[in-house]
Every structure is written in C-alpha cells, then in structure tokens.
Design a protein around this ligand. Sequence first.
Ligand code: ATP
Length: 241
Amino acid sequence: MLRIRNLEAGYGKLRVLKNISMHVDAGEIVAIIGANGAGKTTLLSTIAGLIRATSGEIRFLSEDITRLPAPKIPARGCVMVPEGRQVFAPMTVADNLILGGHALPREQKKELDRLLAHQYELFPILEKRKTQLAGTLSGGEQQMLAMGRALMSRPSLVMMDEPSTGLAPLIVRDIFQIIVRLRNEGNTVLLVEQNAKAALAIADRGYVMETGKVIIQGPAEDLLANSDVQRAYLGREKLEE
Ligand code: ATP
C-alpha cells in the first residue's frame, strides 16, 4: 500500500530524515517508535505532503505521491490523525465529523449519513456528545473525534501521530483497542508512538527510528524481544511487570 524508498526531508538546511526506506502492506498495523526528535512526525508530515521531500520516493497504492501537494493526498485515501488531535474547537462534534467527509469523492458524498452512523457505532461517546462543541471534550474524546473525522473519508491508510499523548492509561487502552478493531475491520494503520510497549503490543511490524534513520525493523514480537529495543525504548523492568 505504501512504499518509501531512500526518503530525505527536513526543514530548510536541517536534514531530518536520512535515507528512510519502509513499507506498509494492506491490513497491517505498522508502528514507528523512537525517542523525542527522532523524526517520526517529520516522516508522517512528509508522507502527507506537508513537507517536501528533498530526495527519495513515496508510492501510495502504486502512485508516486512524492511531489503531490498536501490537499490532494486525503482524496487518494491517505489521511493523518495529527499529534495533539487538532479538532475544530468552536464546531460541534457532528460538524467535525462531517468535515472529515469532505475528501470523499463526489459520488460517495451521499454515504455521509451512513459513515456518520458508523463513527457513532465505533465511538458511542461521540454520539452522546454530538451537539457539544469539540473544544469542550476531554482529551480522550478529542482523540476519538480526530480518529472518527479521519475515518469519515473511508481512507485506505490511516496515519496516527502519538494518539496516546497526554491520556490516562485506561483511555490509552481504549484507544489502542479501537485501533485493533480498525485493523480487524480491514483498515491499515501507520502508528507513530513514543509509548513503544503499547504500540508494539498491537502492531504487526515495527520500525525503530533514531536521529532520522531506521535503525531496527521487523515483526513487532521480534522488536519486543530485542534486547536493544528493550533497553532503549521499553524499560526492562516494565516488561517484567
Ligand atoms: P516527538 O516525539 O518529540 O514529536 P519526533 O520523532 O516526532 O519527536 P520530529 O518532531 O519529527 O521528531 O522532529 C525531528 C527533528 O526536526 C527535531 O530535531 C526537531 O527539532 C526538528 N523539527 C521539527 N519540526 C521542525 C520545524 N517546524 N522547524 C525546524 N525544525 C523542526
């Protein structure tokens, strides 16, 4: 579904992504883990067209999207749930969701009601709060709204940037269970997380990034068992809980 080859990108003279190659197959959850500043958000932003690659290639569903401007990418079926949710605070929950459907092709717009009902089934709390302003939701509810908004365009690939940030452990568990359900319903998820243990526990495969490079990759269970990954990103004692 997504194939990245030798990707380089950054900010002005600052080179952040260095020769990144990776792929995501249909139906997978792929986790990207790494410390603060490793370049995870920069990678998602480059795939989303918000940052221009300086070299390399991004292919999505066989199309070269490396130079495609950001507004064109969601309609191709690649959406991002941004870090910090970024819901439209002065709008209602329902209007935030409906806005997420703007990337649907015109012939599918008549399905908006059905898609809205599907999000309410996936996130029952959003139905309860549908007339409430998004800015008044809790952090966990805002994360669900940001996910529901992204799913309204029936994407082939959902990229999630740090969905667990700032959430209580029980809420994180709910969010991760929903990500598993999305995968089980046939969605494909590229998940960026600092919470490496939780991300690898639900992922099929993972990539570890350090200073703009992929340093380790493999099946999630191999990464969980890898002593370097345990030492640097999981904390051995936590694994033994
Ligand atoms: P975090 O988990 O803290 O978000 P990250 O792995 O997502 O970390 P990035 O946010 O991609 O890392 O940052 C990678 C590098 O790029 C850092 O050195 C950061 O300071 C730099 N950077 C990020 N955004 C910008 C920007 N808008 N302008 C200049 N440099 C930036």
